[in-house]
Design a protein around this ligand. Structure first.
Ligand SMILES: Cc1cc2nc3c(=O)[nH]c(=O)nc-3n(C[C@H](O)[C@H](O)[C@H](O)COP(=O)(O)OP(=O)(O)OC[C@H]3O[C@@H](n4cnc5c(N)ncnc54)[C@H](O)[C@@H]3O)c2cc1C
Length: 817
């Protein structure tokens, strides 16, 4: 054996052992074997053996390793790593790590994902969706809500209360519905397709708020008092955290609660004097009980020695003395109930604290824990419902509306936005399904919740623009006939609430993901915070595990970069195999880049928001891709759905790759070196092709099983806009052969308009039946309703005082006449 061959063989064996993540001992034995082989061929002599011993003995003998290697590393680590604040610690400790942990591992266990049981509805949940949910969609007229009443009508409010829409999360023993997270998501999807006001009103009490907090942390008395009343709708809750001075930085609320003596029901008690000024609080104007977050102080030591107890959550009845409530904000013409709440020296007893006095100061932890669940459900589901409805409506409209003698959806330029809408509808449903299934399995997915919230609302924003573009003026002119405009106006609300999106992307996703999902970072941080020999032993295990992990991801990234990812073993059929393999590659890249970024930037990575955002994008797209593949597998690898799956995977992997490259381009020399390792042969992921876009656009315009699956669960009853559109689409398609028959008989090419006149002509020519003529006439009515927009008497557009003055002027004119 030549020296060169032995060196190559040794490097390959070392690479394989590191790739396979074998133990340090197994790796060392592998090297000893290779050196022994080298010895047989007179390549390895005493000097090399001594060098090998110098390298391996300290690593394998625990006492030497800990004292001579781990100790100095721990010392240096303690110097560079900043101390975690209490709020950061709470955020990290609240919630669980689920599939996000696998994605961070550099070697996701796909079997684990595919073995997650398929999300399904119970018979009761199905009945709710087909019954009360369908019914309330029929009852609601969004134009009446958004333009005439700036509120939902009384009968809709009552219906929601009577049918426990506000009690989906409340346990049955308290009279609630106790639905799964998946079922809640389906309800919100359906409602969001019809009205943003309806979906927001139902979403909020079922998300973070008194109901959720009481069930987890309330005292028995609080639960027995409030939960049945919340379930029946006798109490309407809101939750007030945000203050004018503290929006995104919610931990900095200036609102205070000072422990003091005061009079309560004629007796002197120890209670809390509250002063607060909250804004943007959803449901506040109509709420009967407000969940309030404030900072609690005990200056006189009435409760103990701690003077600053920290953020605390309490339940305050609306009619408590000193509470000012009832005024409304006006959020972007989507007038769900939202407004400020103020309180001046409001004195309440200590047992208003959720969970009682023992929970003073535990509010932040409570909020973060509950937010991770709500954030995975409400806004992602509203967004998925919105896009599913838009996919069907845009497809139908693009077939019905014709220009240049063709349905507009058949123009190549229109196919591109239509494909984005269709592909994202498939993807967003997949993400909400997987995330809510995770919650139903007992997870509290903090990182996944942030990913779902950010990406689903951003995707809805992009797709809403697309839907508006395809609809042209039809989407722009508001009125009872416009089913797009209010949803479009309301998009920034979803972007801003529950963690405004820039912050969510730049700080939360990766900021929490890097520490929570990484297999060793949190362990290192925890060990370094301890004292004594336990700290050293724990840190030693974590840090050497970490080094092996980083080495493995380095080898994987290098191997995958040269195309080796194509050899990785993955599940899935031919259609998805390559996607699973690319995900393996990107997962290894993310794991390696995380270590590099943390190693180079240390604690300052937190402030390098744009690096953090792009690493977060990589993690997010890995999660989104997983959800798409899971959906495709769960639904039995449906051939007809392949264009949607391909679009969703290609768009996701392409964006993942671009986020990674953007991160490397902004990471100086280290970034260039990493680029050479990770992309030695250039880009691997391509954007969705025009050919695939064409297939999706056609599918959106053609009723069929794939299209129905895409819009599954949405409100499509004939009473609503969307059911009417669906019927008109089917009628238009049924009229196409009739149109051809009549043109042929007449020897003339008629435009596809005035179908009622065409019906007369067809009857005259004797080529169509009466029923067919009737179909043509009905279709013309549907076609005109679909393409027409509303117009108004100028007076009808006046609001408030102007409308009143106008009416008075006309009255005066009438009297004078
Ligand atoms: C319609 C509506 C309903 C709401 N309902 C409720 C409710 O029921 N209860 C409640 O308590 N709150 C509610 N909120 C508050 C909401 O949840 C947000 O927390 C809040 O709006 C964000 O604060 P801000 O609007 O003051 O934005 P700011 O905090 O001023 O932020 C402005 C911009 O700066 C960005 N930003 C801030 N900090 C950072 C950072 N470190 N890095 C990067 N970017 C950053 C944000 O992402 C945002 O884009 C509601 C808000 C609205 C608009």
């Amino acid at each position: 054996m030549s020296v060169a061959l032995w060196i190559i063989a040794t490097l390959v064996v070392a690479g394989v052992l590191v790739y396979k993540r074998t133990s340090l001992m197994a790796f060392s034995l592998g090297m000893v074997v290779m050196f022994a082989i080298g010895g047989l061929f007179d390549i390895v002599g005493p000097v090399l053996w001594i060098l090998l011993a110098i390298a391996l003995v300290p690593l394998n003998v625990t006492s030497i390793r800990q004292n001579f290697l781990t100790k100095p590393i721990l010392k240096a680590y303690r110097k560079v790593m900043p101390e975690m604040s209490d709020t950061e610690r709470d955020a990290l400790e609240a919630g669980t790590v689920w599939w996000d942990g696998d994605l961070f591992s550099g070697a996701p266990d796909w079997k684990k994902l595919l073995n997650v049981p398929k999300a399904e509805l119970s018979a009761e949940e199905k009945a709710f969706l087909d019954g009360p949910c369908e019914e309330v969609c029929k009852m609601l007229d969004d134009w009446e809500v958004t333009h005439e009443l700036t509120d939902m009508p009384e009968d809709v409010w009552q219906y929601l209360k009577d049918n426990k829409f506000f009690a989906m999360i409340i346990k049955k023993e308290y009279g609630g519905l106790e639905f799964s997270a998946y079922a809640q998501s389906r309800v919100l999807q359906k409602l969001a397709g019809v009205s943003t006001v309806l979906a927001s009103t139902v979403g909020v009490p079922n998300s973070l708020g008194p109901g959720e907090l009481l069930q987890h942390y309330g005292t028995k008395e609080q639960q027995d008092h409030y939960l049945p009343r919340l379930a029946s709708g006798d109490e309407i809750p809101c939750f007030a955290l945000t203050s004018p001075e503290a929006g995104s930085d919610a931990g900095a609320i200036p609102d205070s609660g000072v422990v003091c003596r005061g009079e309560w029901n004629g007796e002197e008690i120890v209670g809390i004097k509250l002063n607060f000024n909250k804004r943007y609080i959803t449901l506040a104007p109509v709420a009967t009980v407000l969940g309030l977050a404030f900072k609690m102080y005990d200056p006189d030591g009435l409760l103990g020695e701690t003077k600053e107890l920290g953020i605390t959550c309490a339940l305050i009845p609306r009619d408590t003395d000193g509470v000012e409530i009832g005024r409304r904000h006006f959020p972007l013409n989507v007038p769900f109930q939202n407004g400020p709440i103020r309180g001046n020296d409001v004195f309440v007893p200590l047992d208003y604290i959720i969970g009682g006095a023992k929970n003073a100061g535990k509010g932040w932890r409570m909020l973060v824990e509950c937010l991770s669940v709500g954030r995975s459900i409400t806004l992602p589901s509203n967004s998925a419902g919105g896009i599913k409805q838009m996919a069907l409506a845009t497809g139908a409209y693009a077939r019905i509306r014709r220009q240049f003698k063709l349905p507009i959806g058949k123009m190549e330029g229109v196919e591109e936005p239509m494909a984005r809408i269709g592909g994202n509808a498939y993807l967003m449903d997949a993400v909400t399904t997987l995330s809510t299934k995770g919650i139903d399995l007992g997870e509290k997915p903090g990182v996944i919740g942030a990913i779902a919230k950010y990406h689903m609302t951003e995707k809805l924003r992009a797709c809403m623009d697309d839907a508006m573009d395809v609809h042209g003026g039809k989407g722009i002119c508001l009125g009872p006939n416009n089913y797009l405009g209010r949803g479009y106006q309301g998009i920034p609300v979803a972007i801003t609430v529950e963690g405004a999106n820039i912050l969510t992307r730049n700080m939360m996703i990766y900021g929490q993901g890097a520490i929570r999902c990484h297999p060793f970072v949190l362990k290192e941080m925890e060990a370094s915070a301890k004292d004594g020999s336990a700290a050293l032993a724990e840190f030693d295990e974590a840090v050497f595990g970490h080094i092996g992990f980083a080495a493995s991801n380095f080898v994987r990234s290098l191997f995958y970069g040269f195309g080796g990812y194509r050899l990785s073993t993955v599940p899935g059929g031919n259609a998805t195999k390559r996607y699973f393999q690319q995900m393996n590659r990107f997962s290894a890249n993310l794991a390696l880049l995380s270590d590099v970024a943390m190693g180079v930037l240390g604690g300052s990575l937190k402030r390098k928001e744009r690096i953090s955002a792009r690493l977060g994008d990589m993690l997010s797209y890995l999660y989104i891709g997983s959800a798409v593949l899971k959906r495709f597998e769960d639904q039995g690898r449906l051939k007809d759905d392949e264009p949607l799956m391909h679009w969703a995977m290609q768009d996701t992997l392409y964006k993942l790759q671009e986020a990674q490259l953007a991160m490397l381009d902004n990471f100086g020399g280290v970034g260039s070196a990493m680029r050479a390792i990770m992309f030695p042969l250039g880009r691997i992921a391509k954007r969705p092709s025009d050919k695939n876009d064409h297939k999706i656009a056609r599918m959106l315009m053609e009723p069929g099983e794939t299209r129905s699956r895409l819009g599954e669960g949405q409100f499509l009853s004939a009473e609503g806009h969307f059911g009417f559109l669906e019927q008109t689409l089917q009628d238009m398609i049924a009229c196409e052969p009739l149109h051809s028959k009549i043109c042929k008989a007449a020897g003339e090419r008629f435009t596809f308009t005035q179908l009622d006149a065409l019906a007369d002509r067809g009857l005259e020519l004797g080529v169509i039946s009466d029923d067919e003529a009737e179909l043509l006439r009905r279709t013309e009515v549907g076609r005109l309703r679909t393409i027409n927009v509303d117009d108004f008497d100028p007076a009808d557009l006046l609001a408030g005082q102007a409308a009143f003055d106008y009416a008075l002027k006309n009255l005066a004119k009438g009297e004078a006449a």
